[in-house]
Design a protein around this ligand. Structure first.
Ligand code: AMP
Ligand code: MG
Length: 334
């Protein structure tokens, strides 16, 4: 529920800005799936274009779901191999690349741990430490490959593309819209936003960053064509004995990440990088993420309990919300 309301907040902000400034006709369609709510707004297009996007979204969800018994990912996790579509091959390639480039912080084979913590079936509980140690061993190492057009997993490994699938999907939707001749669009898949082209009135796209404490927004980003993805501990979580446990897991310890960050937003030129890196930076922690973000050609906003830290490339693009005065300090990172 928390996740959905956060997503709706973000969507409504974007819709607001799209309507307020629009002097050319826009068309918006809504759907749900991939555990979130989605919206697609197109300029210079209409229902046929958004329908194409929704079809793509549903098709990818059907392939990638970890719980749907008919999905390719479910069969891969159950049988250890599956015939891999082009999409599955692309996702495996991208996931393995980010696994290596983030020194394992982004791990597509995290599923045994995600399942153990009950995040797939919404049956959350703190697992016993032996089960966690065992699952940590199964997620260690590179276990996923493509061999002769088949996706293959090594023994005991199980995939979960939850940390990258929405970024991939929004990228594919943009490509479809471009193919259809749509000149400008904004897609929101929960915390994953992708803008395409320029708004017809020439103003930038305005993307809100949710305040992790649930009170509106910490601020907005004014951007051209970009992918903006947020990973946060406030989105999917549960509390046991007064301690909060959330869905982003450190593959090395097997426990939800606990490093002071409550959200990380990554701005990149493509959805896959933004999504994978938002998850990875959250796992790495602020200090480590700051030492590597430039090598990926991305910018980021890191939020802790009391500070919003903005990397230098976003300095001119970020406008803090008035409501955060006295709640969050703003730190500009050079
Ligand atoms: P995101 O919201 O993009 O950060 O993705 C979080 C989702 O990705 C979780 O709900 C899990 O399904 C999965 N996940 C959790 N921890 C990791 C990790 N360390 N690497 C890759 N995926 C993860
Ligand atoms: Mg992600």
């Amino acid at each position: 529920m928390k996740r959905l309301s956060a997503a709706f907040l973000l969507v409504s902000l974007i819709m607001l800005s799209a309507c307020n400034h629009s002097n050319a006709e826009s068309y918006t369609a809504y759907t749900t799936g991939m555990d979130t709510s989605a919206s697609i707004t197109v300029y210079g297009g209409g229902a046929a274009d958004t329908d194409d996007c929704i079809k793509l979204f549903k098709e990818l969800e059907k392939q990638l779901s970890v719980t749907d018994e008919g999905s390719a990912v479910y069969r891969l996790n159950t049988n250890g191999s599956v015939e891999a579509s082009g999409d599955l091959q692309s996702l495996i390639d991208a996931s393995n690349r980010f696994y290596l480039q983030t020194c394992g912080a982004f791990n597509p084979c995290i599923y045994p741990l995600v399942k153990l913590w009950g995040f797939t079936e919404n049956k959350n509980k703190v697992p016993d430490s032996e089960s966690i140690s065992f699952a940590v061993q199964t997620v260690a190492g590179s276990a996923l490959s493509v061999e002769n057009c088949k996706a293959v997993l090594s023994d005991g490994a199980m995939v979960d593309f939850g940390g990258i699938a929405k970024g991939y999907t929004s990228e594919k939707m943009c490509a479809k819209l471009k193919e259809n001749g749509v000149t400008a669009a904004i897609i929101s898949l929960g915390g994953n936003i992708q803008t395409m082209g320029r708004k017809p009135n020439g103003t930038p796209w305005v993307v809100g960053i949710n305040a992790p404490n649930g009170n509106g927004l910490v601020g907005t980003l004014a951007l051209g064509e970009a992918a903006v993805v947020t990973s946060g501990s406030y989105i999917r979580n549960f509390t046991q004995n007064g301690k909060l446990y959330h869905h982003i897991i450190d593959p090395k310890t097997g426990y939800p990440v606990d490093n002071g960050l409550v959200s990380v937003t990554v701005v990149a030129s493509d959805g896959v990088s933004a999504d994978a890196l938002a998850t990875a930076f959250f796992v790495m922690g602020k200090e480590k993420a700051l030492s590597v973000y430039e090598s990926f050609g991305v910018e980021a906003v890191f939020i802790t309990e009391d500070t919003v830290s903005v990397t230098k490339g976003l300095e001119q693009k970020f406008t803090p919300d008035e409501s955060i005065e006295g709640v969050y300090k703003i730190e500009l990172l050079d």
